[in-house]
Design a protein around this ligand. Sequence first.
Ligand SMILES: [Zn+2]
Length: 162
Amino acid sequence: MTSDRPTGGQDQTQIALANALRDEIHDFCALQWPQEACGLLIAAIDTPNKIRRVVFARNVAEDPLTTFEIDPQTLIECHRTARHKGERVVGCFHSHPNGKALPSPTDRARADENGFLWLVIATEHNGAVDSRMYRIIHQHTDDANAENTELRYFRRCQIIED
Ligand SMILES: [Zn+2]
């Protein structure tokens, strides 16, 4: 479909994200440029592929120009609130101030929750220019001789307006 397909290629999985929510995320990320912005994606427990709301977080990384770390306090509160409301934290979002919406090797290394959604927003000095949704897939091999039995890749998802 696109020429710059990430590792793993396209997925037919559709993730519903209302335009209004996407705009809010874009605005938030644009304001943080040239730093990386971050936050969480929340869905109802029975419709995990439909983003219901987003939570904006502080980037507490040591170097927010090149990486992100969601404020752990926000993370804890977010999980707690979601549990009470019959929701689940299904993913996260963060921005790439270099204008590229591809997940980095660092992102892949840090994507420890199998199936988690990763929304990457490309920002430039004049605002958000692109955003793409991915799902991290952990694939295990049974090969005992293999050096690394876990293969990880981001699979592109299709964002549909809902
Ligand atoms: Zn990243």
